[in-house]
Design a protein around this ligand. Structure first.
Ligand code: NAD
Ligand code: ZN
Length: 341
């Protein structure tokens, strides 16, 4: 299996989505969205056809759980959704991950398309075919690799996105730049990303990076792991905060903390370290957290990406070039301890 599907971009591409749906002969089309998106874009759930349905979840990370998943599955059965149906995830990463997981498991899999509406879901969550729900024990502990038929990215949805959510997504774009693309990094530092042209450009560039990395290593056995830069500590922070700290902000802190540790251990230069801190600060993204090192360490040990006693950490040797460091538990404890100083 590989990430073989199209990503379609534009401003106001509703017609393209409609023609995809209308030309595909699905027996039923079910939109999964959240309350916020449903209120903002009621017309976009395309309820103009008798075979279109809609399921609206509570907004926010806490919906990405097994109860909501099960309720959606029951809903699909109740309206007789069959294997020739289409699920449309219309919303941020929560809707995309949960709806994608529903699509991949209902009747052993039905088609789905993604219409991401947050910056984070446009550049990250909707690209790469990972679906997931959380459990009490951790984020994304249940999930699948499952390709959407297509991802439709409509930049117009960003107009209603609060600044905090924009910066949440920007954190992942900065991550992609740090691990793979020096020019993108310079663009984000030197230009006004709030200009529409600049924003659309960095989104496309960022998606290109993610698609390329995922295309080289779909199952995350090697290169795809680089995308986890900042995520090992980031996921722990999200979990400890009971998801009151959102993904991008937690990843920002994770990137800053891991870079600090690798700088102190002399794996990366002071210049690279400061470049990372400065770009995050420029966009008011966090670079530290108040949680204690023991708590973070215990949470990191539960990360599903750990292999036996080894944990793969990502750090940038320089901007645009990151590497994997496979560390023992002892080294991990030391790194977290330095990162928390
Ligand atoms: P989210 O889906 O909770 O959206 C954030 C908030 O923005 C929500 O309140 C939502 O209702 C609101 N919103 C959505 N679109 C809007 C719009 N156009 N205008 C105004 N408000 C809008 O969170 P997110 O940041 O999009 O995604 C985070 C999730 O994505 C996490 O669960 C994370 O684990 C997951 N994720 C998955 C992958 C993957 O590869 N599958 C990658 C990165 C992140
Ligand atoms: Zn992420």
């Amino acid at each position: 299996m590989n990430a073989d599907y199209n990503v379609c971009f534009g401003v106001d591409i509703r017609e393209k989505i409609e023609s995809f749906i209308n030309n595909s002969n699905y027996s039923k089309v079910v939109f999964i969205t959240d309350k916020t998106v449903d209120l903002l874009y009621p017309k976009h759930t395309f309820l103009f056809k008798e075979y279109c349905h809609r399921y609206v979840i509570e907004s926010g990370e806490l919906s990405k759980n097994i109860n909501t998943y099960y309720k959606i599955i029951r809903f699909l059965s109740s309206i007789n959704v069959d294997r020739h149906s289409l699920i449309v995830t219309f919303g941020g990463g929560v809707v995309g991950d949960l709806g994608g997981f529903v699509a991949s498991t209902y009747m052993r899999g039905v088609d789905y398309i993604q219409i991401p509406t947050t910056l984070l879901s446009m550049v990250d969550a909707s690209i790469g075919s990972k679906t997931a729900i959380n459990t009490e024990d951790g984020k994304n502990l249940i999930g699948t690799f499952y390709n959407p038929r297509c991802v439709f990215i409509d930049f117009k949805f960003l107009k209603t996105l609060p600044d905090k959510e924009l910066r949440n997504g920007l954190s992942e774009i900065i991550k992609s730049a740090i691990i793979k693309d020096r020019e993108l990094f310079d663009m984000i530092i030197s230009k006004n990303i709030y200009e529409e042209g600049v924003m659309n450009n960095i989104i496309i560039r960022s998606i290109y990076i993610k698609k390329k990395v995922v295309g080289n290593d779909f199952k995350e056995l090697s290169e795809r792991q680089l995308l986890n830069f900042g995520h090992t500590i980031g996921h722990a922070i999200e979990k400890i905060s009971n998801f009151s700290i959102s993904h991008g902000y937690a990843v920002s802190t994770g990137m800053a903390m891991i870079s600090k540790a690798y700088y102190r251990l002399e794996y990366i230069s002071e210049e690279t370290y400061l470049q990372i801190i400065n770009i995050l600060k420029k966009y008011q993204l966090p670079v530290s957290c108040e949680y204690n090192k023991e708590r973070i360490y215990q949470e990191v040990l539960k990360d599903k990406k750990n292999i036996g006693d080894k944990i793969n950490l990502i750090y940038p040797q320089k901007i645009g070039c990151a590497v994997i460091d496979s560390v023992s538990r002892k080294k991990l404890e030391n790194i977290i301890s330095i990162a928390c100083e």
